[in-house]
Write a protein that binds this ligand. Sequence first.
Ligand code: 0VR
Length: 264
Amino acid sequence: MLKRRIVPCLDVRDGRVVKGINFEGLRDAGDPAELARIYAREGADELVFLDITATRRNERTAVELAERVASELFIPFTIGGGLRSVTQMREVLHAGADKIGVNTAAVARPELVSEAAERFGSQAVVVAIDAYRIRPDRESARWGVRVRAGTEDTVLDAVRWAAEVERLGAGEILLTSIDRDGTREGFDLELLGAVCDAVSIPVIASGGAGVPGHFAEAFRAGAAAALAASLFHFREIEIRKLKKELDAQGIPVRPGPPGEDHGE
Ligand code: 0VR
């Protein structure tokens, strides 16, 4: 079984990491480069930076962030947020990002996914899907898709959209449950299982991570990687300890650095 990846997510607004619940009530959670350094040192396998700057004062934010981080990070990282063209994606990749993330622009113009995959290779193209439960009280769960930082509904069904983006050439799917975002109640395993059953490309579980068991559940539901923000930013768990816990539960992970207490 391939090693499962632990991926801290840094949601960045106006140059600061922010974190809220259900995409709302965003509060300051620190400096992006400083947090990136800490997570890489603690054994993160990859990082995702989501530039959710509301007012797009300048398109350079994503490129500047990539340049700032690439010079001191030696694990793969993805940059997403507001990327709308192959040109913008190329600039972010040339600035040092390993992958680009796209959500809103892919929904608006699906062929953008194919254009990016043809230009940069599928492995550099992560399509983010921000999903929310429709009719949560019924057993036949379905999930809709939101764009523009969770502010705009679409007519898409999340599971069908995931299969479509794979067909278009996406290399990975970053699957965020808006309902679970920031709640620490655990990932939406039904959503995760439905999408993992519908595609053969790696799925990154996102939204709701609270305890190590949530990560194990996500991997058992088929996720290739599990993303978390709140848990890490508010220092509620160390990545190294999380990996030891997952290893003890039989989940294959790349071992973290040796702990301070040398018995580890
Ligand atoms: P946790 O539940 O705290 O681990 O959050 C994981 C994941 O939901 C967040 O990193 C992130 O994807 C939330 N995304 C967005 C946003 C948050 C606020 C505003 C916009 C967005 O567009 O993705």
